[in-house]
Design a protein around this ligand. Structure first.
Ligand SMILES: Nc1ncnc2c1ncn2[C@@H]1O[C@H](COP(=O)(O)OP(=O)(O)OP(=O)(O)O)[C@@H](O)[C@H]1O
Ligand SMILES: O=P(O)(O)OC[C@H]1O[C@H](OP(=O)(O)OP(=O)(O)O)[C@H](O)[C@@H]1O
Ligand SMILES: O=C(O)c1cccnc1
Length: 489
């Protein structure tokens, strides 16, 4: 990563992608075509859905993808475990001139997605597809995970906005930046991360720290000074010494601000029993005539504590959520994979199915050039997602089969549907419109999409599983392929 504005993506990869690339070049396979899909196998956080994110950075990755002279020099310096050098100089000259030539289709950021369906499809020379794999997974896995966490936190928070406060405990600078962006895509109203605000056009917000209060000789003096310095954005942290006394001091300053024609925007409570203290604070602020003064709660919050605080009737205007959101504390990775599903060698006219066989039904891959049809009930709720092969179409029955339990089937015919994968790059050039890269538009999409889910699919505990299945023709084709490859025929 350079200054934080763009990444050098070509080398942001695993070494084996480059050694395989040399292999493809050496074996005369540079024109062999492949189709890969990125998908995850289980919804994160034992939840009922996920929010797709990271596609804007994927488009940027495609746009800026090239091997610089510096990169080539570095690769040329790598020793092989034996005595020679790892890369053939002639191959490195080929790589220096390489221009990405892939077609990428992906769901829009902010789309509600589920386990077992492709979020991204990459088609092109197999070497190019693989050179993108690692960075693509790094970007889409992490941002989708954080956007999903944010959506869960925001669902728990209801109408109260959530500010993301996680940068200081995030996984490095890059992780912190992407986490802030993804948190806003998933539903957060703002971030405390100023660089993310500048780079991604997302709102920034904040209060003040305990150190501010500690740096003055009294809390009251500290509050007065902050109110003077920030009259338009004054949220006072009341728990440095004693919350009850902190609230009294905030009331004093709030009334003084009113005298001057200013307004105390809020107080923040960051320790102790947040439900009890917030109710006590609300009563005192109202009694003092400061009912327009909000209450911000923070301290190790996540969707579960927020839900519990609401159940206890906490009096809250907004939440600040840091560590557990920006690091996806309870599940640090999405586990999305990028699997080869079809190939077309030089001179061939049609795509050839490819499948990875495993004993675990859930890990058996799906062959073909895939897309997703999303079906809707008449009232606008989601009815089911069908994974189908874009080159084979959909049989008239419009029947989906759960690949891990073939008895679970659903007929979707007659329902309105849309197709989820949309062009992100063509012949190596990003074609994603500016509007489709915008974090705030993605946030609106995420809100609208979460609203199309049934309540049972949104609940935190044991959510109802949403029907995602293979189009029945594709399901049969896959079964036949397994039988054929295992030599049962
Ligand atoms: N009413 C509540 N119901 C459920 N969880 C709560 C409630 N109030 C606070 N919490 C959560 O309890 C945890 C913290 O409590 P704890 O009292 O151990 O630490 P603290 O208040 O931060 O203490 P410290 O003074 O050391 O900062 C946090 O995760 C906080 O979000
Ligand atoms: O609890 P989180 O969800 O991670 O939210 C961020 C936390 O970071 C700050 O604490 P910190 O102790 O770092 O700084 P402070 O001294 O300003 O409170 C803030 O007061 C929150 O408690
Ligand atoms: O602005 C805040 O209140 C803030 C920012 C970062 C971390 N904790 C709190």
């Amino acid at each position: 990563m350079n200054s934080g504005e763009s990444y050098e993506y070509a080398l942001l990869t695993d070494l084996y992608q480059l050694t395989m690339a040399q292999g493809y070049w050496e074996s005369g396979k540079t024109d062999d075509m492949a189709c890969f899909h990125m998908y995850f196998r289980e919804n994160p956080f034992k939840g009922g859905f996920a929010i797709a994110c990271g596609m804007a950075q994927l488009a940027e990755m495609v746009e800026t993808f090239s091997f610089s002279d510096d990169d080539i020099e570095y690769l040329a310096s790598l020793p092989a475990p034996g005595t020679g050098m790892l890369f053939d100089p002639a191959f490195l000259e080929y790589v220096r001139a390489l221009e990405l030539d892939v077609d990428i289709d992906a769901v829009h950021e902010g789309t509600v997605v589920f386990a077992g369906e492709p979020l991204v499809r990459v088609m092109g020379p197999i070497m190019h597809c693989q050179l993108l794999e690692t960075a693509l997974l790094n970007c889409v896995n992490f941002q989708t995970l954080i956007a999903t966490k944010a959506a869960r936190v925001c669902l728990a928070a209801g109408d109260a906005p959530v500010a993301e406060f996680g940068l200081r405990r995030a996984q490095g600078a890059g992780g912190g930046l992407w986490a802030s962006r993804a948190a806003v895509v998933g539903g957060c109203a703002s971030t405390s991360n100023v660089l993310a605000g500048k780079l991604y056009g997302i709102p920034v917000s904040g209060t003040h720290a305990h150190s501010w209060v500690m740096s003055f000789s009294s809390e009251l003096e500290a509050f007065r000074a902050y109110a003077k310095a920030m009259p338009e954005n004054c949220v006072l942290l009341v728990d440095t010494y004693d919350v009850k006394q902190g609230i009294e001091n905030a009331v004093t300053v709030g009334l003084e601000m009113r005298e001057r024609g200013d307004r105390l925007a809020g107080i923040r409570i960051d320790s102790g029993d947040l439900a009890w203290l917030s109710k006590m604070a609300r009563a005192r602020l109202d009694e003092a005539g400061l009912s327009d003064c909000g209450i911000v709660l923070s301290n190790d919050l996540d969707e579960y504590t927020i839900q519990s605080l609401r159940d206890q009737g906490a009096s809250v205007t907004s939440y600040g959520v840091g560590t557990k959101l920006a690091t996806a504390y309870d599940q640090p990775t999405l586990g999305g994979v990028y699997k080869l599903s079809a190939t077309k060698n030089a001179g061939e006219a049609v795509w050839r199915d490819r499948i990875k066989i495993t004993e675990q039904a859930a890990k058996l891959t799906v062959p073909g050039v895939l897309d997703v049809r999303r079906y809707y009930h008449e009232d606008g709720r989601l009815a089911g997602d069908m994974v189908f092969d874009a080159n084979h179409g959909v049989s008239e029955r419009e029947l989906i089969v759960d690949p891990s339990d073939s008895l679970r089937r659903k007929v979707l015919s007659g329902k309105r549907f849309e197709t989820l994968l949309a062009p992100l790059a063509r012949s190596g050039k990003a074609v994603l419109e500016a509007g489709d890269r915008d974090a705030m538009s993605a946030r609106e999409r995420a809100f609208a999409q979460v609203a199309t889910l049934d309540e049972s699919q949104k609940r935190m505990l044991n959510p109802h599983s949403y029907p995602v299945g293979l189009e029945c023709g594709l399901f049969e084709r896959r079964n036949n392929l397994v039988v054929q490859l295992r030599g049962f025929e």
